[in-house]
Design a protein around this ligand. Structure first.
Ligand SMILES: *Cc1c(COP(=O)(O)O)cnc(C)c1O
Length: 374
């Protein structure tokens, strides 16, 4: 069993993907070819945002978004410590300081009720992460941001396609950033990412920053980066986008099957009302994680931990805050474990994974009590 079966996904979409790749090889516009604008149009329409700017990775998306907002030395960005390192890394790369706010124990997303107390005169943005594929409490976060005239950047690297109160992730705040890293819900076959906004000025700035701050050929009106997504990767995402809604429905089915077997027996990351998850990860909350991971490994079931060490206690970031801050993030980092997930995971495999987990945790299988009584 694979943790995420990208080969099965490729086999299912092979003809379309190959055809798309061949078209790019034949037309030869490997950088900024027609598929780049085509993908940007398709993704903007999908999310409802007015602009989509494809970029070379999710990390670069965060970096370019903050550069467009003018974030730099002396500035603070409020974010979560329970994320992939890139979230805070992009802030530090610009010379700014990430200010970590603890997470909600149920969803593992930033606890919106703690944000306001972290705002200072230096705060320049709030950057929630839609962790495991589920948006944070964006209405509450946007309301705080509006009161303090701050932009909100959604790190939607794991949540492209998710819905929050009728809107799509990436279009829930001033800027949304996503990633097309192969294992993300909508992945390419290399590195890629995209930025979304409905602010025309920010969009223009981000388009220029993506190409070395160039406003016209060889006219550099600002300092930028080499941050383009290549045409081949855009072509691959275009091909995969055709099946994406089907894949999201399959992911939801897989999650529902896990839920049916595990809920009430094993701790689960909670789903907030009013939003959907795209299940970038299906994550359980357990004790004795090492022993349970080893037991599953012995049954040839791969698991992963997202994330074993919160960012605020990582060696390169620990000087930024107290080690005992964000206690919920510290606790969840010790207890979370992600199970195999993907649109091609069969009902039999889901059953086998859930049964192995229940066995390892000393829990009975659903239906086992009824059988014992009969
Ligand atoms: C994957 C990820 C990123 C970085 O995306 P890359 O495309 O790998 O650079 C940023 N934030 C989060 C939450 C992620 O999961």
């Amino acid at each position: 069993m694979e943790f995420i079966d990208l080969k099965a996904q490729y086999q299912a979409a092979r003809a379309t993907i190959n055809e798309r790749i061949q078209t790019v090889l034949d037309h030869g516009q490997y950088i900024m070819g027609p598929e780049v604008a085509e993908l940007e149009g398709a993704l903007a329409a999908y999310t409802g945002a007015r602009h989509c700017i494809t970029v070379s990775s999710g990390t670069e998306a965060l970096l370019i978004a903050m550069m467009a907002l003018g974030i730099g030395p002396g500035d603070e960005v409020i974010t979560t410590p329970f994320s992939f390192i890139a979230t805070a890394e992009a802030v530090v790369l610009l010379g700014a300081t990430p200010v970590f706010v603890d997470i909600d124990a149920a969803t593992c997303n930033i606890d919106a009720t703690l944000i306001e107390a972290a705002i200072t005169a230096r705060t320049r943005a709030i950057m929630p992460v839609s962790l495991f594929g589920q948006p944070a409490d964006m209405d509450a976060i946007n309301a705080i941001a509006t009161r303090h005239r701050l932009p909100v950047i959604e790190d939607a690297a794991q949540s492209f396609g998710a819905r929050y109160r009728g809107r799509r992730s990436c279009n829930l705040s001033r800027i949304g950033c996503t990633s097309f890293f192969p294992s993300k819900p909508l992945g390419c076959y290399g590195d890629g990412g995209a930025i979304f906004t409905s602010d025309d000025h920010l969009a223009q700035a981000m388009r220029e920053i993506r190409v070395h701050g160039q406003s016209r050929r060889y006219v550099h009106t600002r300092v930028g980066v080499g941050g383009r997504m290549d045409t081949l990767q855009c072509a691959i995402v275009l091909a995969k986008l055709e099946r994406f809604d089907w894949e999201l429905a399959q992911r939801a089915k897989v999650a529902a099957r896990y839920d049916a077997m595990l809920s009430g027996r094993i701790g689960l990351v909670g789903r907030a009302p009013g939003c959907t998850s795209v299940y970038a990860q299906y994550t359980v909350v357990i004790d004795e994680r090492e022993r349970i991971q080893a037991a599953l490994q012995a049954d040839a079931i791969p698991t992963a931990v997202h994330y074993p060490v919160p960012i605020h206690v990582q060696p390169a970031y620990a000087h930024l805050s107290r080690a005992d801050s964000c206690p919920v993030a510290l606790e969840m980092a010790a207890r979370v474990m992600s199970l195999p997930m993907g649109p091609h995971l069969s009902a039999v495999s889901v059953h086998d994974v859930a049964a192995a987990l229940l066995r390892a945790a000393g829990e009975s299988l659903p239906g086992a009590d009824a059988q014992a009584c009969s």
